[in-house]
Design a protein around this ligand. Structure first.
Ligand SMILES: NC(=O)c1ccc[n+]([C@@H]2O[C@H](COP(=O)([O-])OP(=O)(O)OC[C@H]3O[C@@H](n4cnc5c(N)ncnc54)[C@H](OP(=O)(O)O)[C@@H]3O)[C@@H](O)[C@H]2O)c1
Length: 256
């Protein structure tokens, strides 16, 4: 690993790190030398993921439900008992809800907004003391929020709350980037297009749906794990030290 991209000695938390994009990023950080905490609601999945990823470095699993302020507060308190500072926070846990326009339920809207926007705000708020201790002028602490091209383009299928939630997350990230830059905390957004995960498996498992989906993407394919890994490492390492408030699509050109 070139020193530009080394995360040796850094500590990271990846929310929703037990599968999909979160797991890709957790593994990448471990390979780059960081100690990584992953959290999700399913405690067994946290333990299994930590055991599996321990092949690449020091990985810990923590069960946490980020769907409430109390859940986030508990996670932050538990983390503060284990570590003195947090170099990298990846707010990746997210959800979606699809339904026809006429019957789209308010509870679906609220669930998506709560996890994709409110819980990210609370995570940053509750983990600020640990982030502040990690950052300095030469190497700021990093907050990496996982947004989506759905928050940039007008394609939304029937997931009415999802795109608006990600657009809100992008804007929150820009506001916090401005506010926290003086405290040596950088805030950036990775805005993925399609990547394989549980959230997108309903398309991947349907050959016709997959072909239709790929036809909309200028590069005609979905993103790969190594591509997500490399971008996340870049933002967490030297390249990301002079970047804040950016929203980076990684989508094969879909946002165009
Ligand atoms: N895959 C894509 O193509 C794509 C594209 C654009 C953006 N994204 C974004 O990327 C992020 C990851 O998505 P993914 O596709 O990898 O999804 P995924 O496979 O469904 O993984 C979601 C992760 O979040 C955790 N999670 C869900 N609800 C939670 C809660 N209340 N508290 C704590 N953890 C929770 C899940 O574990 P538990 O169920 O055990 O809690 C899981 O680890 C999301 O923010 C998503 O919006 C994905």
């Amino acid at each position: 690993m070139h020193p530009y991209f080394s995360l040796q000695g850094r500590t990271a938390l990846v929310t929703g790190g037990t599968r999909g994009i979160g797991k890709m990023i957790a593994k990448a950080f471990l390979e780059a030398g960081a100690t990584v905490y992953v959290c999700a609601r399913d405690g067994e999945a946290c333990a299994q993921t930590a055991a599996e990823l321990s092949a690449f470095g020091t990985c810990h699993g923590m069960a946490a439900n980020l769907a409430s302020e109390e859940g986030v507060q508990t996670l932050a308190a538990q983390l503060a008992e284990k570590i003195d500072c947090l170099d990298i926070l990846v707010n990746n846990a997210g959800t979606t809800w699809g339904a026809p326009l006429e019957s789209y339920p308010a509870k679906g809207w609220e669930k998506v907004m709560q996890l994709n926007v409110t819980s990210v705000f609370t995570c940053i708020q509750q983990l600020l003391p640990l982030l502040r201790k990690a950052g300095n002028a030469a190497s700021p602490a990093r907050v990496i929020n996982i947004g989506s091209v759905a928050g940039i383009t007008s394609h939304g299928e029937d997931a009415y709350a999802y795109g608006p939630s990600k657009a809100a997350l992008h804007q929150l990230s820009r506001m916090l980037a401005r506010e926290l830059v003086g405290q040596h905390i950088n805030v950036n957004v990775i805005a993925p297009g399609r990547f394989p995960s549980k959230m997108t498996q309903f398309i991947a498992q349907d050959e016709a749906a997959m072909a239709e989906d790929c036809a909309l993407i200028p590069m005609q394919r979905w993103g790969r794990e190594d591509e997500m890994a490399a971008l996340a490492i870049s933002l967490a390492s030297t390249a990301g030290a002079f970047m804040t408030g950016t929203i980076i699509p990684i989508d094969g050109g879909f946002h165009l």
